[in-house]
Design a protein around this ligand. Structure first.
Ligand code: GTP
Ligand code: MG
Length: 554
């Protein structure tokens, strides 16, 4: 019989048992929840959150020895559905998913805390397996699923794969496939969301944490950040608040200034994250930015996180991109190739500044695909017209985010266009090279190049908050570089000049020196070089740019 002693290490709740050797089986597996072309965004979110609430992460000494014992301990509380192994920095970690939420709740309730009085015993799904003397371990009999290890995270053979491809289209598929956020990467980000939600709901019982950005819209790459928005009342924009009882809590009066109130909330969140939340380090409060946020790094997942509050437009924007991804399979590999091209040519940057962002590039790809003949993607205007009453109605902070949330309506139509990925990538570069950015704006609402609404060098309309320009940060120098690099890439791809057998297609595009960020095993290549400090203080002097610079410097 395994003798169990539960203990905690710093804020990490632990359970203790002796290591016992076992075979770690490597396997790859696809998960239905990530591949369903019909699954709507809300279903995906619910499914992933449920999975996260049924999961824990356990730090172990030796995964091959400990996997069976971790499984043995956990099996007392329910069936273990999936077991993953990953490493981060010098930590060996097992991610274990039960087949029910209750099992995870029971396991956490059975864990004990470190009796070190200096540590605040906050509950967390991140646990630590305490080593025990070997004589205390006994037979390990519980049946457990194979341990799944992520492969190719460092993409060491990406260049070989690309050079052995038969066409640029195939290269684009390989690039998308090899750099896509891994299953463990997805799960760790969802577990982090659920962890933060649980921590903050101690103060705000109805609070929900909603992830957004590339991580949930399908365009996430290994190493991508985790963007989260907080809904204090748990209302996700779709339904009026349910009145549960005529009795209402007496609340402390709000500060009579919404922005100040948001800043106060963000400060409170930051304090909770910094002082009580396992794994949250390098907490930074960025209160003066247009959207106040708290940034932090999660040391058990290796993920950079941003938490904001107030508006859910970012979430609905991600839902829209998620739908475009479901509507046509070419969207994701094309976005991936364009984002890589942007990173290779140093058009995009890891930190805010005057360069074009991945988000702006993604909207340009949507616009481009809407304007193909026949159109591959529908305009947002079409999706708004077809919205179903109630089912598709969403509102946040007086911004109407209603649009059809059923991708199947447009899936057949996109098939009328048979252009290959290679043709689309080349045509996208041609579109960038020839578009009249001086006079015209990019709007995915109409799919037409309307006259610009402001004097910024680049105008890409925010499709949900229509009066905003998402590319207001881009200065003329950077826009000119985008156009020149598109011309350059077009020339290289079309003439295939100087291309050897190992250096052709995407590999022939100019690429900035590669820098591996974080641990090579848990991060992807980031094609960035040193930040040029001069770029921070380029021509733009707008308040918004000042905000961005402040973010960057902090
Ligand atoms: P990567 O993190 O680079 O992989 O891409 P991302 O799409 O997640 O971009 P980022 O983390 O910078 O931004 C997260 C989300 O915030 C985006 O997907 C958008 O929904 C939203 N967002 C980013 N930039 C802007 C902007 O300038 N204006 C508005 N309104 N929303 C933005
Ligand atoms: Mg992001």
């Amino acid at each position: 019989k395994v003798k169990l002693k539960f203990d905690a290490f710093r804020h990490v709740r632990t359970f203790s048992t002796a290591d016992k050797p076992t075979v770690v089986e490597e396997t790859t597996k696809t998960y239905p929840s990530t591949n369903d072309q019909k699954q709507c965004f809300d279903e995906m979110v619910e499914c992933r959150k449920k999975e996260a609430r049924s999961s824990v992460v356990v730090q172990v000494g030796n995964p091959s020895k400990s996997a069976a014992l971790v499984n043995q301990v956990c099996s007392r509380h329910g069936n273990v559905a999936n077991l993953f192994h990953y490493t981060h920095k010098d930590k060996e970690l097992l991610l274990l998913e039960f087949d029910s939420e209750l099992s995870a709740v029971n396991l956490l309730a059975s864990c004990s805390h470190n009796n070190n009085v200096k540590v605040i015993p906050a509950a967390s799904p991140f646990l630590w397996l305490k080593a025990m003397p070997s004589e205390s371990s006994a037979s390990v009999s519980a049946r457990f699923p194979p341990v799944i290890r992520e492969e190719n995270l460092a993409n060491d053979n990406l260049e070989d794969l690309l050079s052995n491809a038969k066409s640029i289209s195939e290269q684009m598929i390989i690039l998308e496939d090899q750099t896509r956020l891994s299953e463990i990467g997805h799960r760790l980000r969802w577990i982090t969301c659920v962890q933060i939600e649980r921590m903050l709901s101690g103060l705000f019982p109805s609070l929900q944490v909603l992830p957004f950005g590339s991580f949930v819209n399908g365009c996430g790459r290994n190493g991508c950040d985790l963007d989260m928005a907080v809904s204090l009342d748990g209302n996700c924009g779709s339904e009026p608040l349910e009145v549960k009882s005529p009795l209402i809590f007496q609340a402390k009066a709000a500060i009579n200034n919404p922005r100040l109130q948001t800043q106060r909330h963000i400060e409170v969140f930051a304090d909770i994250l910094q002082n009580f939340t396992t794994g949250c380090t390098q907490v930074q409060r960025i209160l003066q930015a247009r959207v106040p946020i708290v940034k932090f790094y999660h040391e058990f997942t290796g993920v950079d996180c941003d938490l904001s509050m107030g508006s859910l437009t970012g979430v609905f924007m991600s839902e829209l991109l998620y739908l475009y991804d479901k509507i046509d399979w070419r969207f994701r590999p094309l976005v991936t190739a364009v984002r890589h091209w942007g990173a290779w040519a140093r058009l995009t940057d890891m930190v805010p500044g005057p360069r074009i962002t991945n988000f702006t590039l993604t909207l340009m790809v949507v616009f481009f695909m809407q304007r193909r003949s026949p159109a591959i993607l529908p305009t947002l205007g079409e999706m708004i017209k077809l919205a179903r009453p109630q089912v598709d109605t969403r509102q946040t902070n007086d911004v109407d985010c209603t649009f059809l949330r059923d991708p199947s309506m447009f899936q057949e139509r996109g098939k009328l266009n048979e252009e290959s990925l290679e043709d689309l990538f080349i045509e996208f570069l041609r579109f960038i090279e020839s578009f009249d950015f001086n006079e015209r704006s990019v709007s995915i609402i109409t799919g037409t190049a309307l006259r610009k609404f402001d004097s910024k060098p680049l105008y890409v309309q925010n499709p949900l908050e229509r009066e905003l320009n998402v590319s207001r940060n881009v200065n003329l120098k950077e826009l000119t570089r985008v156009v020149m690099e598109a011309r350059n890439a077009l020339y290289i791809l079309e003439t295939q000049e100087d291309q050897g057998p190992a250096n052709w297609g995407l590999l022939a595009l100019p690429r900035a020196e590669r820098v591996r960020r974080l641990n090579p095993k848990t991060s992807h290549y980031n094609y960035v070089t040193q930040i040029d400090m001069k770029d921070l203080f380029s021509n733009d002097t707008d308040d918004e740019i000042d905000d961005l610079v402040e973010v960057k410097l902090s």
